[in-house]
Design a protein. Structure first.
Length: 758
């Protein structure tokens, strides 16, 4: 160990990099706050960098400045960030300022720096320096080796879920022996904790680590061998950290240890943009910086180079409702520009129509589709926009995830519907034959495929014939027989049951919904929401075949990334990006802020949701459009929705109101109470306002459905109005149901109660 430390000991005397009289011209491009952050080289420094204030310029210039002043060698600088892209950009910018390439410096992601340290001292932890870093797939496969041993039912808790539990422990710096007793009991009565211990032992045996170990093992190394910790504390004369608000507990502890000697640590971040708690980020890390490093210098970057004054004022006014923040106010010397536009729509589809029309208008004005973004709170919201854009021939791309109909759970559900509509659809049948698990193995499927090819039959017809033989084992025979009974029953429902209801029946009776509910993973709720949104989408169609044809046309949308396209993504995926024109739909209570988050984490979740709204607003350079709907069809049921409290928190002087007839008008209530949860007086006050608003509105659209009981009976040819489909004439009457030929929406079947005679 002594020889290893001696070989690793750096020469800490800084070497001259440039001549002393070289003019530091790179400082001329900085504003006063940026320059102060660059020149504050000694002691702990926290740079609170607001959105669009040039934090990357500050960080890279500070690195170059430290070398320009000969305060350290490149090998004595540690600069960490979260992505390889950010690390490459940082390296290129510093090299450009210095006009030379640097060797030996410690610049990279937390994972890459952690791996570099571990390889130098692997033997101290019982590993070889050639250890393998497992990817997620390998990690899950290794965990599968222990599920049977620890009597864990994979149908209830999958290896992927277990991997997530282990990762969360590692993000908090918790090794197997340090798991709190309460958490042991919560996770399958200690089974996952015991699996964690066996998993770590096996990793060591096969000379491997996973990504969580790259920081966790460093903490163990520094704790067991203080001399190794001291080596790196002396080596790193200057430490710089990007996106500090996104660090987890393990990364925070790692940085604190490394900074103990020189205390020259500069963290750049924005507490108002901390939106990743669901993946381990702790906003408290940045909030307690002054406590961790007494006497720290705090520098606020508040001059924004991205957005107009109205957008910045709206964002600043909104975020000021958070109590857990260090505080700053963005400003710019640019022209005021236009106010943030707030649009109220009658329902979700009108919202998609309205935004689609405005996108088309921007294009007609000479704007690029690439400079337009639609940022949604939940992924299921993209469906209505995708379908509207297809109708309008507006090209779009979904960033950070698949398009709605490309998502796994949606493809699975559509496969069920394809088999119901077309029994000989082999591709769809293969997809659902074992969803959920039915005990049909690879050998059975090989037998089936061989027989189908030999007899030139579809798979379903081949199964029918093979069920008359003894070819299948009892388990497979029973599974196929039960599946066929289900499929035949669902096919018989096609003529008597609307497609949306049939889809709900198929997903429920097949066990597919329960399959997802039994999983315990952060994205499960989103998948279930997507399936509910699919059922809602089917309400637009009169038959499965009509819907399936519609999906085929949508999936044919060109995906060439070089084409001018509207950008569609979640708010979480938009962080770090900017666009000339940003649309923010779905600002309604329960959706944004998200009800599930409020139920689980209360005020902390509310403040993070508000930070997410702040991030969304500050993506906009010239125009920001906030949208909400008075009614939304949620999981197939029409509901009156309450506009998000975030709208009422926007400064009135920075917003411009627009609304459909009957949608609250322009007198939206201002709420003064902060940190309001979904069950407090905020909701009561808002409901009172909505009731008064509806009473004061005498227009035809003030109700979702009209009461026709006291009107003259409707007859064929009568002209009617529907809130969603517009004007049309009655083509058929069947009890309380009508078939109406709408002028724009085509022929639809609707209930009498939902139309008004004209």
């Amino acid at each position: 160990m002594r020889d290893q430390l001696k070989a690793s000991q750096p020469n800490i005397a800084p070497q001259k990099l440039l001549s002393d009289n070289k003019e530091l011209c790179y400082l001329k491009n900085l504003n006063d706050a940026q320059q102060a952050a660059v020149e504050a080289t000694e002691g702990p420094v926290l740079v609170l960098a607001g959105a669009g204030t040039g934090k990357t310029r500050v960080l890279t210039t500070r690195l170059a400045h430290t070398l320009m002043l000969n305060l350290a060698n490149p090998s004595q600088l540690l600069a960490v960030t979260f992505t390889n892209k950010a690390a490459r950009e940082m390296k290129n910018r510093v090299s450009s300022i210095l006009n030379k390439s640097l060797e030996g410096w410690w610049l990279g992601t937390f994972h890459s720096i952690g791996a570099r340290i571990l390889r130098r001292h692997a033997e101290a932890l019982g590993l070889s320096s050639t250890f393998t870093i497992l990817d997620t797939d390998d990690q899950v496969r290794l965990i599968k080796q222990f599920t049977d041993i620890h009597e864990i039912d994979e149908k209830r808790v999958s290896p992927k879920i277990i991997a997530g539990v282990l990762q969360r422990w590692k993000d908090r710096g918790i090794t197997p022996e340090k798991i709190p007793n309460a958490e042991k009991k919560h996770n399958l009565e200690g089974k996952i904790a015991r699996l964690y211990s066996d998993y770590q032992s096996r990793l060591k045996l096969i000379n491997a680590v996973d990504f969580g170990d790259l920081i966790l093992h460093c903490l163990t190394l520094f704790s067991k061998y203080p001399e190794i910790a001291e080596l790196y504390q002396k080596r790193f004369r200057y430490i710089m950290v990007d996106e500090y608000q996104d660090t987890n507990i393990a990364q925070y502890l790692w940085l604190r240890i490394l900074a103990q000697s020189h205390q020259n640590i500069c963290c750049v971040g924005d507490d108002d943009q901390s939106i990743y708690s669901w993946r381990g980020a702790e906003v408290e890390n940045i909030l307690r910086f002054e406590q961790d490093f007494p006497g720290a210098t705090i520098i606020r970057l508040e001059k924004n180079y991205r957005s107009t004054p109205h957008i910045l004022a709206a964002a600043s006014g909104l975020i000021q409702h958070n109590s857990d923040r260090l505080g700053k106010t963005l400003w710019t010397d640019a022209d005021k520009g236009t106010k943030v536009k707030v649009f109220g729509y009658w329902d979700g589809e009108h919202e998609a129509y309205g935004i689609g029309d405005k996108v088309a208008q921007l294009k007609n004005e000479g704007k690029s589709f690439n400079d337009i973004a639609i940022l949604v709170r939940a992924s299921f919201q993209t469906r209505e926009f995708e379908e509207r854009f297809i109708t309008q021939a507006i090209p779009y791309r979904v960033i950070g995830g698949p398009r709605f109909y490309e998502r796994q759970e949606i493809r699975d559900a559509i496969a069920f519907l394809r088999v119901v509509a077309q029994p000989d659809d082999d591709l769809a049948f293969e997809r659902i034959v074992n969803l959920p698990k039915r005990g049909i193995g690879k050998r059975t499927m090989q037998t089936l495929h061989f027989y189908a090819r030999e007899k030139n039959l579809s798979l379903t017809n081949a199964i029918s014939e093979l069920l008359e033989t003894d070819e299948f084992r009892p388990t497979a025979r029973a599974a196929f027989s039960n599946l066929f009974l289900d499929l035949n029953r669902w096919r018989n429902f096609q003529d008597s049951m609307p497609p949306s209801k049939l889809t709900g029946v198929v997903l429920d009776e097949s066990g597919y919904i329960d399959m997802w509910k039994l999983k315990d993973h952060p994205d499960i709720s989103g998948r279930l929401d997507n399936l509910k949104e699919l059922v809602t989408a089917l309400e637009e169609f009169q038959s499965l075949s009509e819907f399936l044809e519609h999906v085929s046309l949508i999936m044919d949308n060109d995906d060439n990334i070089n084409v001018d396209k509207v950008n569609l993504m979640t708010l979480h995926g938009a962080k770090g990006l900017e666009f000339d024109n940003v649309f923010l739909p779905g600002w309604e209570e329960g959706l944004f802020p998200h009800q599930r988050a409020l139920d689980e984490r209360g005020v902390r979740a509310l403040e993070e949701e508000r930070r997410l709204a702040y991030v969304g607003l500050t993506r906009a350079k010239h125009n920001a459009f906030i949208c909400f709907s008075a009614n939304r069809r949620i999981y197939g049921q029409w509901q009156s929705t309450l506009p998000s409290r975030f709208i009422s928190e926007l400064p009135i002087e920075n917003i411009e109101w627009h609304s459909d007839a009957g949608v609250y008008g322009n007198n939206f209530p201002r709420m003064e109470k902060k940190n309001m949860l979904a069950d407090d007086s905020y909701i009561h006050n808002r409901k009172n306002f909505l009731m008064a608003s509806n009473r004061s509105n005498s227009g035809k659209k003030s109700k979702m459905a009209s009461d026709n009981t006291n009107k003259s009976p409707m007859k064929l040819g009568d002209r009617v109005f529907h809130q969603k489909f517009g004007y049309g004439s009655i083509a058929e009457i069947d009890g309380d149901k009508l078939r109406v030929d709408f002028e724009k929406a085509g022929v639809k079947r609707v209930k009498k109660a939902f139309v008004e005679a004209l």
